[in-house]
Design a protein around this ligand. Structure first.
Ligand SMILES: Nc1ncnc2c1ncn2[C@@H]1O[C@H](COP(=O)(O)OP(=O)(O)OP(=O)(O)O)[C@@H](O)[C@H]1O
Ligand SMILES: [Mg+2]
Length: 398
C-alpha cells in the first residue's frame, strides 16, 4: 500500500515544538532551578552556549514553555539575528513581545493591550505589526528598558504571573557592539539595586566566543552569567528522538537504521533533523530499514552539499590549487575519514599546492568545515554529512 505523506514530522532549520524536543535533561534541570528562583522573586542570568545548530534556541523555546506552564512566568523569546544596535534590540523586543503567543492566552492579550499602539490592522493571519511606529519608539525604549519589563510584569501580575523570562537569542551580531555589554550589565545591576526588583530570568544564547567578546568590551560581564553549555546528544538521546519522531508519523525503525542515522548525525540536532527528514521522504513503507536510512543519509548529504558546500565552500576555494588540494585530501583518505593529517597530505601535493596548504586549511576552518585537532598539523571535519558529500563529489571525479 502506498504511503500518504503530507508533511514531515522533522523540523529542519527552526526550533521544534516542545513535544518533540528530546533529551537535555541536565540543562533543563539547571534552567529550572533558575526559573524556580525567579518565581520566588529573585533575578537570575544564564548564558546558554554551544556550537551553531546544537540546539540552543530549541532548548530556550522548550524552557519557555516550562517557565509559563509550571512557574507562572511570562516569556519573551527575542531573536536578535542581524541586530547591531541597542535600538535594534529594543525594536526586536517589542516585535517579539507582540508576536510571541504566550501559553496562557490571557497573558498574550494583556501584552497586546499594553502594546496596542504597535498593532496595525488586525488580520486573520494573526497580528499585524506597525513597524514604523516600532522604529520610532525604539530609542526611547532603549533608555527605559527595565521600566518597560517592569510594566509588562505589572500588567500580568494580577493574573498570578510571578516574573519575566527574557530570552535574548542569536546575539552573534550585537555582541560586537560594546554598548551591548554595558547595557546588559546596567540592566542586571540596575534591577538588583532598584527598590522593587523585577523577578527576571535573563537568558542569552550564543556561541561561547560571544560571551568572551562581551567580557572584552566590559570586564564585569564575566560575573553576571551562570554558563550552561549545550553539547552533542548521546546515542541514547538520538535513538529516542528518531524513534519518537518517526512513530508520531506512524513509522517504525530498526536498530541498524538507527545506528546508521546516529553515526552520520553524531548527535548534532541539525543533522538529526535533516537526516530524519530525508529518510522520511525516501521511505516507501512504514518500516524503516538500513537501506532506506542509507538513501536518506545520502540525500541529506546532497542537501547540505547543494545548499551550503557548493555555493559557499567550493565557490570560495575555487582557485585551482585550493580545489585540487581538497580533491587530493578526499581521494586519498577513506570515505568517512574525519581527520586530515598534514604530514600525510603534504607528500601528495605539488610544490605549488604545498605552499598553499596552510592558507587553505585556515580558509576551511573559517568556513566551519574543519576545526583544529589536538596535535599540530591535525584537522578534523566538523560533520560527517559534509565529509560524505565531499567523498561523493570527488570520488565520482568532479
Ligand atoms: N533537543 C532536541 N531534540 C530534537 N531536535 C532538536 C533538539 N534541539 C534542536 N533540535 C533541532 O536541531 C536544529 C537546530 O536547533 P536550534 O536552532 O535550536 O540550534 P541553535 O543552537 O539555536 O542554532 P544556531 O546556532 O544556528 O542558532 C533544529 O532543526 C531543531 O529542530
Ligand atoms: Mg539558535
Amino acid at each position: 500500500m502506498a504511503l500518504i505523506k503530507d508533511s514531515s514530522p522533522f523540523y529542519t532549520g527552526r526550533p521544534l515544538p516542545h513535544e518533540l524536543f528530546t533529551g537535555r535533561e541536565e540543562q533543563i534541570r539547571s534552567i529550572e532551578r533558575a526559573l524556580k528562583q525567579v518565581s520566588a522573586g529573585k533575578q537570575q542570568a544564564i548564558f546558554l552556549t554551544g556550537e551553531f545548530g546544537i540546539g540552543k534556541s530549541s532548548l530556550a523555546h522548550a524552557t519557555r514553555y516550562i517557565a509559563e506552564s509550571k512557574y507562572d512566568l511570562i516569556g519573551i523569546h527575542v531573536m536578535l539575528g542581524g541586530a547591531k544596535t541597542l535600538d535594534d534590540l529594543s525594536e526586536r523586543t517589542l516585535e517579539y513581545a507582540l508576536s510571541n503567543e504566550a501559553y496562557k492566552p490571557k497573558n498574550t492579550e494583556k501584552m497586546r493591550d499594553m502594546l496596542s499602539k504597535y498593532i496595525g490592522q488586525q488580520s486573520v493571519l494573526g497580528i499585524n505589526i506597525n513597524f514604523d511606529q516600532l522604529k520610532a519608539d525604539a530609542p526611547t525604549l532603549s533608555k527605559g528598558f527595565l521600566p518597560f519589563l517592569k510594566e509588562i510584569y505589572k500588567r500580568v501580575k494580577g493574573d498570578g504571573a510571578k516574573g519575566v523570562y527574557l530570552i535574548l537569542d542569536e546575539v552573534n551580531g550585537i555582541t560586537k557592539n560594546p554598548d551591548f555589554a554595558h547595557f546588559i550589565k546596567t540592566l542586571v545591576d540596575g534591577n538588583a539595586l532598584s527598590s522593587d526588583p523585577l523577578p527576571l530570568l535573563l537568558l542569552l544564547c550564543g556561541v561561547k566566543e560571544r560571551r568572551e567578546e562581551m567580557i572584552a568590551h566590559h570586564k564585569p560581564v564575566d560575573r553576571i552569567f551562570d554558563i550552561i553549555d549545550v553539547q552533542a546528544m548521546s546515542e541514547e538521546e538520538v535513538n529516542l528522538f528518531f524513534t519518537k519522531t518517526f512513530s508520531k508519523a506512524g513509522y517504525t525503525i530498526n536498530d541498524r537504521a538507527l545506528n546508521l542515522m546516529y553515526f552520520y548525525s553524531q548527535g548534532y540536532p541539525r543533522a538529526m533533523n535533516l537526516i530524519g527528514d530525508n529518510v522520511f521522504w525516501k521511505a516507501e513503507t512504514a518500516d524503516i530499514d538500513y537501506e532506506v536510512a542509507l538513501y536518506g543519509v545520502i540525500a541529506a548529504a546532497n542537501e547540505i552539499g547543494s545548499k551550503f558546500i557548493d555555493s559557499q565552500v567550493l565557490k570560495t576555494i575555487e582557485s585551482a590549487n585550493y580545489k585540487s588540494i581538497l580533491k587530493k585530501i578526499v581521494k586519498n583518505t577513506s570515505m568517512n575519514e574525519m581527520e586530515i593529517n598534514k604530514k600525510e597530505i603534504l607528500p601528495l601535493l605539488t610544490p605549488n599546492e604545498n605552499s598553499k596548504f596552510n592558507n587553505f586549511m585556515q580558509k576551511l576552518k573559517k568556513l566551519a568545515v574543519v576545526r583544529s585537532g589536538s596535535e599540530q598539523g591535525e584537522y578534523i571535519f566538523n560533520d560527517r554529512l559534509t565529509r560524505l558529500y565531499l567523498s561523493m563529489k570527488f570520488y565520482s571525479g568532479h
